[in-house]
Design a protein around this ligand. Structure first.
Ligand code: T3D
Length: 266
């Protein structure tokens, strides 16, 4: 039996998904892409999961699309060119949509290089924690492509147009400490403490009100193209829903009783 392309493990209410093609720096084949999406589906459907961690096996996080995959490798002379747009429609678009609609927070634990679609996969997660030796590369321009996997939408929003264009046009390696400094990621930590720091963060998030955390992501994303008035309306609407949910009652009751809250909504 061959090794699974996505390893899964669970500690408490935290599900860890590990991209597992270390010899090719966990670059995406169609199969690995589909398996990641189905593992995210499974985590989303499992009430025992309250936080997901995404990481990579070996020395890399993910080097983007596997460029040797026949699905994308340039055609031989005389054969019709590959339709990369279809690859994105079929694989990357649903993967990003799945990630950004998870009912629980998702942490990227970036253990090594994250390039191309691998970099943007990480940046689509709710919190990105990277080891000091990790790096982010918008490798697309080096092979004549534009940032995909949500990169065109994410990068200017995360770091502003000037830095987004600098990263995307030059395709240079950005170290984790600089990624934190410019606001591309949440945190850069020492290599030796990555697993421990991510676990601490994930265990903490897993005890928090998941429904409100997922709604925060959703309303932040929606507000990017709303006027202030529309954003205020969206806040009123979502707060109205959350205010009727169990977690709000529990949160306020726990505060009043000076005890730890036990949140259960998802
Ligand atoms: O195409 C479409 O469908 C559209 C979608 C595109 C999405 C994209 O992600 S486009 C961008 C694709 N990714 C890249 O262009 C990155 C390519 N990789 C690199 O530039 C370098 O590998 C890194 C900078 C990421 C790391 O460099 P380094 O020196 O640490 O490692 P390495 O020696 O280059 O790679 C180690 C092995 O992984 C090596 O295999 P080998 O020689 O030991 O057998 C290398 O070929 C393999 N590898 C790394 N990246 C990929 C890959 N194999 C296939 N595809 C890769 N993307």
């Amino acid at each position: 039996m061959s090794e699974p392309l996505i390893l899964t493990s669970q500690r408490g209410a935290v599900r860890t998904l590990t991209l597992n093609r270390p010899a090719a720096l966990n670059s995406f084949t169609a199969q690995m892409n589909e398996q990641l999406r189905s593992q995210l589906d499974a985590a989303a459907a499992d009430p025992e999961v309250r936080c997901v961690v995404l990481t990579g096996a070996g020395r890399g996080f993910c080097a983007g699309q596997d460029l040797a995959d026949p699905m994308v490798a340039p055609s031989a002379d005389g054969e019709p060119p590959k339709d990369l747009g279809q690859v994105i429609e079929r694989l990357y678009k649903p993967l990003v949509q799945r990630l950004r609609s998870m009912p629980v927070p998702v942490i990227a634990a970036v253990n090594g290089v994250a390039a191309g679609a691998g970099a943007n996969l990480a940046l689509n997660c709710d919190l990105v924690v990277a080891a000091q030796s990790a790096s982010f590369i918008q490798a697309f321009s080096k092979i004549g492509l534009i940032p995909d996997t949500g990169g065109t939408w994410l990068l200017p929003r995360l770091v502003g147009r000037a830095r987004a264009l600098g990263l995307a046009l030059l395709g240079d390696k950005l170290g984790a400490a600089d990624a934190e400094r410019i606001g591309l990621i949440w945190k850069c930590v020492a290599d030796a403490t990555l697993a421990e720091e991510v676990d601490k963060l994930a265990q903490k998030l897993s005890t928090m009100p998941a429904k409100a955390l997922a709604a925060t992501r959703e309303v932040f994303d929606a507000a990017q193209h709303l006027t202030l008035e529309q954003a205020l309306d969206a806040e009123a609407q979502v707060q109205g829903q959350l205010g009727r949910a169990h977690d709000y009652l529990e949160g306020v009751a726990a505060f009043s009783a000076k005890r730890a809250a036990v949140f259960t909504d998802r």
